[in-house]
Design a protein around this ligand. Sequence first.
Ligand code: DGY
Length: 321
Amino acid sequence: MTRPKIFLTRELPPESMAILRQQSDLTFNPDDRVLTKAEIIAGVQDVDGLLCLLTDLIDDEILAANSNLKVVANFAVGFNNIDVDAATDRKILVTNTPGVLTDTTADMAFALLLSAARRVVEGDQFVRAGNWHGWGPLQFLGNDVSGSTLGLIGFGRIAQAVARRARGFDMKIVYWNRTRLSPEQESSLGVVYAEMDEVLRQSDYVSVHVALNDETKHLIGARELSLMKPIATIVNTARGPIIDEAALVAALQDGTIASAGLDVYEREPELHPDLYQMPNAVIAPHLGSATIGTRTKMGNMAAENCLAACRGEVPPNLVNP
Ligand code: DGY
């Protein structure tokens, strides 16, 4: 059997590169930058598989550039960057990397929650600026996490992993999800269901965990933020456009809510300009899955998906069966 031809839009961890090199004729972008659409179109000519990242917008024009393309394998669990309907119409398989980044992303959500609640980044900047001249009883007072209420918007794998962490902090956990769990599942996970508005009203911390699609774009806007407590923190490790970023900035500025822990943004890598100046926003550069172990697992999984589809097999993590 001939070796499949694969085009990869950016270098992956070494183990994943070794798998791809051993089992395919690989071409890849060696530069540490996002390719232009024209470069991706040039790259997919004559290949069997495209292995891409969440920063590559794979639209119908790219999919149409090679009528023999078998698969678009995404190096991410989210696949809102790919026009899946167009791929399905063209009989191109689309795959993602679920499961392997669940705990790592839940860790990041908790890191942001704790950092925002306890003003860790503000304190760090204060010390580095040479402004700290000793302990003070009123310095950088934050909000308690232990014993508080956590609201989860969406209750898939990552939200459930966040809930497991929250139990260790004796938090009360309320969740909203499109489909409700069974009473047995709720009691074994130690969570209580409520409508989304009620979750927002009751929670001291709200963490967002829905997939981005037409229904969830701006799911959290000015109205939803206005329901939250003035001492509340919102955390987003899912996708930026789920929260209306301008409305969030306004809510943080006028005290509607206390703080935010953000890993994702509406127009990455651009942020709302005011966010750079705001001490009550912890801003991370989309690091949810960014550990050596997890990015290696994601790369290996994306490689195996791509190779399987190129061989004509059903890839393990197909999103458009
Ligand atoms: C994903 O896989 O969707 C994550 O956002 C990557 O960090």
